[in-house]
Design a protein around this ligand. Sequence first.
Ligand SMILES: [Zn+2]
Length: 330
Amino acid sequence: MKRLGPIAGVLLVFVLSALALVKVYDKGKDQKPLRYADIPLETIDWFRSLGTGLGDLIGNFTPEPRPFPWDNKGDYGQDPETGLTTLEDDYFIIYFNSTVNKNKAEKCQKLAHASIPRQEEIMGKYYYPSDMNGRKVPIYLTANQEEYAEILTQFDAAEVAGSSSGVTISELSPSGYYLKAIALNGEYVLDPDRERENYMREVLWHELSHYCFFASLNYSVRMGLPMWTYEGIAEYVGIPDRRPRFTDEAIEQMRADCHLMDPHFPYTFEVYAGGQSIFCHMEDEYKPDGLKSFLKTMYSRGVSESMRENFSVTVPQFEADWKTNLDKFK
Ligand SMILES: [Zn+2]
């Protein structure tokens, strides 16, 4: 057999390598590339800590990439054993049990759709199933506190069941951000008095804003945003027609308690309504466009850099300005 010359040998190796590459590429075509092969530990710790304390968020981290596609086949409500009915369209699946009137599920579905333009407008983007590898937003509209707690337990989110009207349950993996479920507490959102005040809309839009917020973040960098950023903007999105109001005491308390770079403020009202007032103040000072640019930069570069770049201020300067102006929320 004729031996290959050195040049032919090199060529052969080259051709074989190219073929191997094509093979790898072909195999990879069916799979989206890993988005966050290396998520910094600090970011993982922060994401996992979302449920602790005052929040309505649960964040799990799993080191294994989540297999594609991300459809809804594995949802808890898809199992007939759960006894849940589904109301499904192109973007959302509402899961509810037989004691919840179908009209309420339809209302919830309409409110979810009505939220999309506001999420796009404020959060910068709404995440459709086509952005999430085919996954629709699953919403559990529970009948009462008991069913709410039961469903949250299924998602290992029991710790927030006692204190929340709604919750967003999320997962982070090397494949990116994945929304497991949004659950609404029927004890509150189906209460006739609260319904008159648009409470279901408020809670649902708040939770959907968490979905868009956490889907927008850049997890490949060290990330640890303070709680007022995601709870404050969720209140701002969920309550488009009402600015927060505070008593003199509450204002004094916020002036003493709230430091914008702390992981969270000491009291729930400070994080939620207080956080909302920070965004209302930002809108007053820098117009809605300034607020939107702030969020966009913050998603990948954090609060300090975003304030510096968009408003040419430091965080202490912004904080002092907000505190000085808190009287406008009386
Ligand atoms: Zn929240």
